[in-house]
Design a protein around this ligand. Sequence first.
Ligand SMILES: NC(=O)c1ccc[n+]([C@@H]2O[C@H](COP(=O)([O-])OP(=O)(O)OC[C@H]3O[C@@H](n4cnc5c(N)ncnc54)[C@H](O)[C@@H]3O)[C@@H](O)[C@H]2O)c1
Length: 300
Amino acid sequence: MEQYASVLNVHGRKKSLETTLALIRTFADTLCLHRQASIQGGHFQVIPSAKFSDLEDASVLITGGGSGIGAALTEGFALQGSKVAFIDIADEPSRELCDRVEKSAGRRPLYLNADLRDIDALRAAVTAASEAHGPITVLINNAAYDQRHTVDAVTPDFWDENQAINLRPHFFTAQAVAPGMKKAGKGSIINFTSTSFMMNNPDMPSYTAAKAGIIGLTKGLAGRLGYDGIRVNAVAPGWVITERQRKLWVTQASLKAHVDKQSIHQVMYPDDLVGPCLFLASDAARMVSAQTLVVDGGYL
Ligand SMILES: NC(=O)c1ccc[n+]([C@@H]2O[C@H](COP(=O)([O-])OP(=O)(O)OC[C@H]3O[C@@H](n4cnc5c(N)ncnc54)[C@H](O)[C@@H]3O)[C@@H](O)[C@H]2O)c1
């Protein structure tokens, strides 16, 4: 562009061209980048530039919202002006997140300490969130436990425990929020699945079974709850580099091999899931239901 500018300057048009170029850059930033990236205190943050006005003051509940992708969602919705509650068992990161989000978004999320495997505790947390913020109109079932396991090591108890965090809460949170959404006349439920089961991942058959089940659950709930104006969709991330992934499984070689196979050759971070979830949560996706949105940098 600069080369073209100097060429055109010969014809005495540099000033107006510079103005045009500035406009084009602003336009390109808005259209193509659609987000601002910044490093804040070592925390990589991608803030979607889009503002969804219907999410302002919306009552949003996120499971596992205290760390990993969930923490990015908690912050992302708070930055939209939503009233965010999240359920988690990880106490320290959850409290730290509340302090950070209060500073960045000017609004403190409500942290509810509960083990999602305990259905009574799950129900009590949903009630507490609705009492604090009004009927929940956006539910994000994000919590999971991606513990690796071999086929031989799986016992019936292990299997049940694994499903008790990776699949069962998705149903019971939906069941608990549905009456409030029905009353509100609308609702968006977003269930986190994973591309791992579509890639024949060999390291966690119970987890991948749950993740495939989530798509069936999403479609079954969408068909039923759609009568009440409630949309139910799934989001399937590819490999997202969270602190936990970094600590346990990321090596330079494995990450490079994965990113090389993506269409977009960039590492994916928790914040990259924020925009897709905001879209599915908002009225912008009014007629989108029973779908799975794959967010994997174009791996599949
Ligand atoms: N990170 C990835 O590469 C990746 C890839 C595909 C799908 N996903 C999916 O995205 C979602 C988020 O993944 P993540 O990598 O951020 O996970 P994570 O393990 O980093 O975070 C999960 C959160 O859930 C909480 N949690 C776990 N068990 C709980 C329980 N019993 N009760 C309450 N809270 C509990 C944890 O404390 C944590 O805050 C999951 O559904 C996961 O399956 C992640």
